[in-house]
Structure formats: structure tokens, C-alpha cells
Design a binder for this molecule. Structure first.
Ligand code: GCO
Length: 447
């Protein structure tokens, strides 16, 4: 496993804070958080982990943990407050400082262009429902590629497009809070077109670019053997797992969506979407158990079987589903795979000695990394693994109530404390590094 990348992931809105400093524009999540009842405890991203001001400390934590790579996202409204036209120099300079700090700590920066914080100004022009966004996104990709391309080679276009389109435009649970079939299908198509276009832009602009998109894939099982739930699970899987990877890799929409997507397609679109990429970014947490519903998808989340253990956020722990998902991704898409998110929320507490003994998180990571190892043994070409997340952070509609970090954040003092899992992960990374130095022996630390 030499050259295998061990990393950690975060995203801009979830950690940066600094919402109103240095010319940052408003995002749809700033607006959504202010709508009563949308986010637990009325939490917002205004301060979050104050990473905007504390990024040097956060880089030092990663350096001390010995991780090889850091995946973060650029806040579009920080670098282009209105989403198009004028760019914001102080915002761009923040990411210069972050990137330079990472490089001097020996950590490879991985940029994700879009982790859900659309500039509000673009939403008001139609956002992902407007076909014009393909051009706006291409300009934004060019801005990022030109500015950082001398130092950053790894770019992902989108993080989990299925989640932000389904939850934001289909079910209304996430920003911008819309539940409408046409809105959903337009958003899906325009995100796909934006992906293909941005891949072309970055390929031209960044010498030696290594490009991909980050997809959440989880098996979608019927919650009961009832035929209605079976049909719902199939439909849901077409949206969740395939609505983006299929067009991006095979230039077609999955069977159950093909007709629904037709009205929004123009000649040449599918070829523009299916631009070759260098790797498949995979996020995986747990399988879904799906039941029939009267919503516009005809499907929603049902209850997982009672005998399956669950994490603090209620997600079933099924490492074999991770193994099978990786194997399936390898066979279908025939690309190197980077696991760019895996991890768990846990009920983390300090003990009297001031330590967070998050043994549940360690057990989860151990089991999932072992499952990944099994997939590799079965032939999957996995090149890297990134834990979600470096820090406890803003967990979307759950606000700050769910902690996913290897590092505990006290949201009052902003004090960072490495949890036991951070030490455990650091040891695992170090064990691999010394194995590699001895000649690439595989996997002892994973056994
Ligand atoms: C997602 C995002 C992350 C989440 C993480 C835990 O998957 O929703 O990529 O932003 O915080 O997955 O839910």
C-alpha cells in the first residue's frame, strides 16, 4: 500500500465561520439557518469552528497527527460574493494562506469546489434550476484553478450531488428548502452539466490536474419485503446512487430517471457531462432502508432492522456494506477509488482526566477500514481513505448536536482537543508509513 493516502476531510460552511468578515457573501445555508425550525437549536454557520481565523492551529493538529492529505472545500461566496463577476481578494487570499500552510506542513491539499454553500445571489437568479449556472460554475472553477493550480493538483467538482439536490430540491429538508419535481430534475441535470464543464476547464488550466467528483453511495434496501417498499428502494437507489455517476461515466441517466430527465436535456449535453476523470471519490457511511411514501420521489427513509447496531446519529453500522460498495464501484466505474468520507457521530464526553475516550468511533473506524482492506484484497483499486471529519462541526440540520470529529471542539472557547480516535488514527497512519519505508508491506495495521 505504498502511496496510499491517509487523510481527513472538512467543508467550508461546516467549519469556517467568519461569515461576515473580509467581504464574504451570503450563502443559501446562511439564509436557511435563519428560518425558524430548519436547523436544530437555531444553530448557524456564523462562527462554526472559527477555522477562518484558526486554520494555522488546525494545520498544526493535522501535522501532529501525521495525516498525508487534507480535503476541504472553497466557499464560493467567500471568493465570489455574488457568485458571478467580481471576485473577493481577501477571500482568495485566505485559501492561499491555507494551501501554503498545508504544503509547508507536508500535507497535500485536496480542493472540493462545491460543498453545498451556493451564493444566495445565484439562488435568486434560479440557482441550480437555471441552466445559466453552468457558465457561472465554469467561471468559478476557472477562478479557483488559475489561482491555486500552481500548488494544488487534486480537485473534486462536487461533494455528494445526490444529497444536496434530493434534500434541497426534492424533499425540502436542506437549503434552499424546495420540494418540487421539476426543480429537482433541473438541478440534477445542471449539476451534471456543471461537473463536465468544470472538468474541462480545470483540465485546460491546471497542469497535471487530478480530477474527480465525490459521490455518496450506499446500498438501498427495502425496509420491508412488501413489493411497494421494494419498488421504492429501487427508485430511490436510481436517484441516490446513480443520478450523477451514470451520466458522468456512461453518458446516460439511470433507467428509472431517463424519462423524467428528458425535458431538461439539450443535444450534446450527455457528451458534455461525461468528461473523463481520474478517480472516483466515494463517501460511505451506512446502508439505507427505504419505504414507499407519497412524496414526489415515492420513497423515503424507513426504519433499519432492529437487530443492527447504530451510531449516535442513528445510522446502522454495517461494515460489509462498505466492502461491497467499494467492490461494486471498482467493477462498475473502473477507476482508482479514493474514499473521501467515512466516519461516525458519537456521544463524546470528557472524562475526569480531560480525555475524550471515543471508543465507539475507534471501533467504527477499525471495522470500516478492515472492510476497505477486504475490498482491496478482492481487487478494488483503492488509493486513499479520508476520515470525516478532522473537527467536530456544523452537521447541517442537526446543527452542532452531532460530533463527527477526531478532534473535539469546544464551541464556547474554540478549544481543540484530540480525542482518543485522533491518537489511534495517527498511530495507524504512522504504522503504514513505516511499513512503506520497509518496502510496501501490506496491511498489518489493518488486521
Ligand atoms: C455529507 C457531507 C458531510 C457530512 C457528513 C456527515 O455526507 O452529508 O459530505 O458534510 O457532514 O457526511 O453527515
Amino acid at each position: 500500500m505504498s502511496d496510499f493516502v491517509w487523510g481527513v476531510s472538512t467543508s467550508s460552511f461546516q467549519i469556517e465561520g467568519g461569515a461576515r468578515v473580509d467581504g464574504r457573501g451570503e450563502s443559501i445555508w446562511d439564509r436557511f439557518c435563519r428560518q425558524p425550525g430548519k436547523v436544530k437549536n437555531g444553530d448557524t454557520g456564523d462562527l462554526a469552528c472559527d477555522h477562518y481565523h484558526r486554520f494555522r492551529e488546525d494545520i498544526a493538529l493535522m501535522r501532529d497527527m501525521g495525516v498525508g492529505a487534507y480535503r476541504f472545500s472553497i466557499s464560493w461566496p467567500r471568493v465570489q460574493p455574488g457568485g458571478r463577476g467580481l471576485c473577493n481578494e481577501p477571500g482568495l487570499a485566505f485559501y492561499d494562506r491555507l494551501i501554503d500552510g498545508l504544503l509547508s506542513a507536508g500535507i497535500e491539499p485536496w480542493i472540493c469546489l462545491y460543498h453545498w454553500d451556493l451564493p444566495q445571489a445565484l439562488h435568486e437568479l434560479g440557482g441550480w434550476q437555471a441552466r445559466d449556472i453552468v457558465g457561472w460554475f465554469a467561471d468559478y472553477a476557472a477562478l479557483v484553478g488559475k489561482r491555486y493550480g500552481d500548488r494544488v493538483k487534486r480537485y473534486a467538482t462536487f461533494n455528494e450531488p445526490c444529497v444536496f439536490t434530493l434534500f434541497g430540491y426534492g424533499l425540502g429538508w436542506h437549503a434552499p428548502g424546495i420540494a418540487d419535481a421539476d426543480a429537482l430534475h433541473k438541478a440534477i441535470h445542471h449539476v451534471n452539466l456543471s461537473h463536465g464543464t468544470a472538468v474541462g476547464v480545470l483540465r485546460d488550466l491546471v497542469k497535471g490536474a487530478s480530477l474527480g467528483a465525490i459521490h455518496n453511495r450506499q446500498p438501498c434496501y427495502p425496509a420491508t419485503p412488501n413489493p411497494a417498499d421494494e419498488a421504492a428502494a429501487l427508485k430511490f437507489a436510481n436517484y441516490w446512487n446513480d443520478a450523477f455517476p451514470f451520466p458522468q461515466h456512461f453518458a446516460s441517466y439511470p433507467p428509472l430517471l431517463a424519462k423524467l430527465m428528458e425535458p431538461f436535456q439539450q443535444p450534446g449535453d450527455m457528451a458534455a457531462i461525461a468528461k473523463p476523470v481520474d478517480w472516483f471519490g466515494l463517501n460511505h457511511y451506512s446502508p439505507h432502508y427505504i419505504k414507499a411514501d407519497s412524496n414526489l420521489l415515492g420513497a423515503t427513509f424507513g426504519a433499519p432492522p432492529v437487530d443492527i447496531p447504530r451510531t449516535a446519529i442513528g445510522w446502522p453500522i454495517v461494515p460489509n456494506a462498505f466492502r461491497d460498495t467499494i467492490i461494486d464501484v471498482g467493477k462498475r466505474f473502473r477507476l482508482p477509488i479514493y474514499v473521501l468520507e467515512n466516519g461516525t457521530a458519537a456521544d463524546d464526553r470528557f472524562d475526569r482526566s480531560g480525555t475524550v475516550h471515543d471508543s465507539e468511533r475507534i471501533a467504527y473506524l477499525q471495522a470500516y477500514i478492515k472492510a476497505m482492506q477486504e475490498a482491496i484484497t478482492a481487487g478494488a483499486d483503492v488509493r486513499g481513505y479520508f476520515v470525516w471529519s478532522l473537527l467536530d462541526n456544523f452537521e447541517w440540520t442537526a446543527g452542532y448536536s452531532q460530533r463527527f470529529g477526531l478532534v473535539h471542539v469546544d464551541y464556547v472557547t474554540q478549544r481543540r482537543t484530540l480525542k482518543a480516535s485522533a491518537h489511534w488514527y495517527s498511530d495507524l497512519v504512522a504504522a503504514h508509513r513505516s511499513q512503506d519505508a520497509r518496502g510496501g508491506v501490506e496491511s498489518a495495521a489493518l488486521a
